[in-house]
Design a protein around this ligand. Structure first.
Ligand code: HEC
Length: 182
């Protein structure tokens, strides 16, 4: 029994030191301008979702989704998020395939997570990816405003759609011209 346990411990140590050795000898790729394999993306996504499920407090958005706050959300998004996640004209970001993993096009393919989930991700960032933690760069209120926007992309009130159209030149996601386009 003792030898069996010792065997397991030694095997684990050899694997750990082996992987560390391979990394230090330069066998791990560092390029960001390649696409992650589908299997890697799937595992990473599930792990990330489970981690958020485990860690994120179930809080309600304290900022009401008024026209004014949602329009603020559009401005905050344009100034801070569009560079990576794509602009409100819904053209792909020039950096869309320059990260590993790549930033999702949040406006073209809106996230269907609850607000507490998005707020946690935006506020705290995503480790080992290009997604920054915004807690030091944006106020809590501004993080909630952009969260409110991202959870309502397909049902924006008319005043916000009008603002969107004037600011971007294209219809907001829920506008009639978008019908049939998923
Ligand atoms: C420097 C590039 C960059 C900027 C700027 C940036 N992000 Fe991200 N973001 C990323 C990357 C890369 C990911 C993918 C992380 C991953 O795969 O887990 C990501 C992921 C996310 C996700 C998770 C999406 C999902 O489906 O789980 C949300 C939500 C998000 N970003 C919101 C924002 C918001 C809101 C802003 C602006 C306040 C912002 N991001 C600014 C790079 C960026």
């Amino acid at each position: 029994m003792r030898n069996f346990v010792l065997g397991i411990v030694v095997t684990i140590l050899v694997l750990l030191i082996g992987s560390l050795g391979l990394a230090l000898l330069g066998f791990l790729p560092t390029r960001a301008n390649t696409t992650p394999p589908a299997m890697e993306s799937r595992i990473a996504m599930s792990a990330m979702d489970s981690s958020v499920e485990r860690h994120a407090p179930r809080v309600n958005n304290p900022v009401p989704p008024t026209d004014e706050n949602l329009i603020e959300g559009v401005k905050i998004y344009t100034m801070n998020c569009a560079l990576c996640h794509g602009g409100i004209d819904r053209q792909a970001s020039p950096l869309a395939s320059s990260f590993y993993p790549p930033p999702p096009s949040l406006l073209v393919d809106p996230p269907d997570d609850p607000e507490w989930h998005l707020y946690y991700v935006i506020r705290n960032g995503v480790r080992y990816t290009g997604m920054p933690a915004w807690d030091k760069a944006l106020s809590e209120t501004d993080i909630w405003k952009v969260t409110a926007l991202l959870t309502r992309l397909n049902k924006l009130p008319p005043a916000v759609q009008t603002y969107w159209k004037n600011a971007s030149g294209v219809d907001a996601p829920s506008a009639p011209a978008d019908h049939g386009h998923k």
